[in-house]
Design a protein around this ligand. Sequence first.
Ligand SMILES: *Cc1c(COP(=O)(O)O)cnc(C)c1O
Length: 344
Amino acid sequence: MNIQDLIRPTVKALKPYSSARDEYQGSSNDMVFLDANENPFENGVNRYPDPQQRTVKYLLSEIKGIPQENILLGNGSDEVLDLIYRAFCEPNQDNIITLPPTYGMYNVLANINAIEVKSVQLDENFQPKVETILDIANSNSKLLFICSPNNPTGNSFESKSIERLVKEFNGIVVIDEAYIDFSNKISWASRLGDFSNLIVTQTLSKAYGMAGIRLGICFASEEIISVLNRIKPPYNVNELTQQKAIVQLEQNELTQKQVQAILSERDALIHKLSEISFVSNIYPSDANFVLAKVDDATKRYNQLIKKGIVIRNRTNQPGCENCLRFTIGTPEENKILIDTLKSI
Ligand SMILES: *Cc1c(COP(=O)(O)O)cnc(C)c1O
């Protein structure tokens, strides 16, 4: 597939803004920096951050086993997704394909960017209908969003379905792996060499425990990364975010321990939920939340809110009638949830 043909003409023609710190990339020791109109008095954040976030990328590259040249970072994955839209989708002309029930941001970003959304609902097992998806795509279908493990259903999609979609869809396939760190499935980022049209997004917001710093990750070919680099705001990941990410990524064993604790709590919660009289189905989860069907989702949601417990009511999502989504909390929080469910 020729990626150059998929890029918007305006983006192809763009001459990117060159920031002061882009032009000078040497080491900062012993240099006198009079290039960026900063306040020279040191306070920890008086300098512009590294626009290429090299230390964060180095650590991520080590942890994830993906070369730094194949990584782009954003202000949350939401910024990464927005960059992907702006690189490939011509407003009022192109369309994208989503597979509901799924993450709401794909639709919101399409609406902001004036891009048509084509939807193909997942089947009754929350798996993609591969034939229907490939049939509905046309020459203006630039992006296909595959969220696996999927939010809000929690399951991973079958590898052979994903592989066929990546192979046969004539546009960019974005695999959103926000929850991959809770799954024992191998990341599709390991297959970048096989598919030139593949983009994989991940985030530090979930397993890595850093939702507050806003750091999203994009893995793709060097060709796609260089397109996204052309259009990203120069200093899109701030200094405090980079510093905190570095500290946390350097203690990756702690994250892995927390993930294991969350997974064993998930198993315990699923077991306890199955004993609740008004819970009729608990869907398999490859993530840090579970989707459960109840007798009356809105009633149960309101009862929990009154007791001070906030969960997500997904009853209005296609295929999710009377479904509630529970994030796995600490053992104490999960106990409060179960005790409350038993009492209502
Ligand atoms: C939580 C979540 C994200 C994370 O977004 P950030 O902007 O990185 O916090 C991305 N995709 C899905 C499906 C999510 O559930």
